[in-house]
Design a protein. Sequence first.
Lengths: 128, 302
Amino acid sequence: MILILSELSPEPLHAQITRQVRARILAHGLADDEPLPSIRGLAREQRVSVITVQRAYEDLERDGLIRSRPGKGFFVMAIPEQRKQLLAEERFAAVLGRLLAEGRADGLEPQRLREVFERVLRQEGARR
Amino acid sequence: MSANGGALAFSLRRLVKRFPGFTLGPIDLELQPGLVLGLVGPNGSGKTTMLHCLAGLLVPDEGGAEVFGAPNLVDDAAWRRNIGVVGEEHGFYMHWTAAENLQVVASFQPAFSHERARRMAERFALPLDRKVEELSHGNRAKLAIVAALAHAPRLLLLDEPTAGLDPVVRADVLDVLWELLEDGEHAIFYSTHVLSDIARLADELVFLSDGRVLQRSAKDDLVDAWRRISFRIETGGDMSLPAIVEHRQVRQEHQVTSRDHEATLAALRSLGAESIEVARLSIDEIAVEILRAKGVDRVAAR
């Protein structure tokens, strides 16, 4: 598993790991029941502290994306497609909520926010 | 005993070491195997003294130390078996070759493995046939690491391990440390006054000032909790904010440093603060703030 972790990111290292592993589970790459790297193995590979990886795995476990089998390590949960979509939506809603609050703080009305959202969505769609 | 039933990598219990004009302790500190603890403090705060007490190079005046369950006795070979020490002064014989110096180390350390030393030297591209005086600063540091690890100790005590090394050598040294940690049996306790490059290795940090422990925290907890926050507020009266270590004000504009941004932000919102901006701090910046504030809320914000 190749992750890109940066000390320069505004996101803490453990959150970067959580986000990148989550994306692999929800969107691509990691199959149901696939084993994840061990905590120490990933810590060494990514040159981060053991506690950092541990925290990321705990967050993923709490979100129901991975599970630990005592003595065997961590595995990707078998997640139905519907639930994957739901999890992705929940996460998107949380990020969007923060962005909307920023827009409101800069004085944008809900109608304007909606228009900007639609415009950016169209631009993103055209880019693909 | 640690949570998982095994012995602690080390424990210090009410450890005190007195010098004229300086006292270290009393210190209570312990470390689980598999973890890396960084000892952070300004020069003269007692970092080296603490490491030397743990390494058996100094006899504490009170209290004691244990390493993997065995009490420390100065010059006790069985106890030293578990410890590898890299100090600021390497203490090599400058006119002798690196290999001859390793022979000297081996004569004091029954568990010394020449095979292990040779493999590490090869990996570091360290010329063992050269005299130490001919070796670069970086190669001397690598030799010190080889000398400290050749007997496969489980606890590594490092005093400013990467100070003055160029970035490539630092990365080589850190690589070796990371590999050691993978089996979960080893523990590393290192002192530093610059955190930046070695901070990624640390699981926890303990802050030392004037011979006393200010606080010990998981590194990720610090990074998650500390923030610099700026805001505007139209109040002339008293304003008391929680978790603040620093406060600057220019008319209605304020900037604070918070060690618990959620508590601070909640208070700011209830006071009706506006234009709130929040920025994360690097672990270096956090360390400076903790050492400056000496662990105490210094400023009651006005």
